[in-house]
Design a protein around this ligand. Structure first.
Ligand code: GRF
Length: 204
């Protein structure tokens, strides 16, 4: 089995989209890919409660590792890395995980750590992407799935979705429109990651 570990901090709707796609498309039976664990740095993350309420996903472990319990970013990242590696992951998926990760952590998962960011990268790295896109007068906005590298929101782009910015949009309106697209591109990008890996393995 090829294991996936997903990291969340909040609602976890992207995590839910990936978990549901894996279930509906029978990734485990067809492709030998399974989601082993979902880890949150916040005990209150509603995504965890949602997952625990779904009996069909009972085989996915839910875990909490509170960053507030650690003296430094490096200490937390080391503890997180140990937790993740218990699952021997092929891929680590950041899904609304609101932590900047240390270079050591990122290097440890080089090539197998991906994130979704709610903008059309390389535009609008960082926070408040939707308001910034509106303020800049953008006619289009979107989301990007990318490899994670030490520089925030800068890794190789794996997938993007584009949505229009409408005249009266608030940041919340735009965020909701973008999020529906995130739920489509993220599961597909995860699957594509494994397909690409399999294709390059066969080419060797
Ligand atoms: C998404 O917009 C994602 O792009 C960003 O944080 C939000 C997380 O939403 N990184 P959810 O927790 O997946 O619902």
């Amino acid at each position: 089995m090829k294991n996936i570990v997903i990291l969340i901090s909040g609602a976890g709707s992207n995590m839910a989209a990936i978990v549901q796609a894996a279930h509906q498309q029978r990734w485990s039976e067809r492709l030998g890919i399974q989601i082993s664990a979902v880890i949150s740095n916040k005990a209150q993350a509603s995504g965890l409660a949602w997952l625990q309420s779904c009996s069909e996903f009972a085989d996915i472990q839910t875990e909490v590792l509170e960053h507030t319990q650690f003296a430094s970013r490096e200490d937390f990242d080391q503890a997180l890395l140990k937790r993740i590696d218990v699952h021997a992951p092929h891929l680590v998926v950041l899904a609304g995980f609101m932590r900047i990760l240390s270079p050591t952590f990122v290097a440890h998962y080089a090539g197998r750590l991906i994130n979704i960011h709610p903008s059309l990268l390389p535009a609008f790295t960082g926070l408040n992407t939707h308001q910034r896109a509106i303020d800049a007068g953008c006619k289009f906005a979107g989301a990007t799935v990318h490899q994670v590298t030490p520089e925030l929101d800068h890794g190789h782009i794996l997938a993007q979705a584009v949505v229009p910015v409408l005249a009266q949009d608030t940041a919340a309106d735009l965020a909701a429109r973008v999020l529906t697209q995130e739920h489509l591109i993220y599961p597909k990008a995860v699957l594509d990651f494994f397909k690409l890996e399999e294709a390059s393995r066969q080419a060797m």
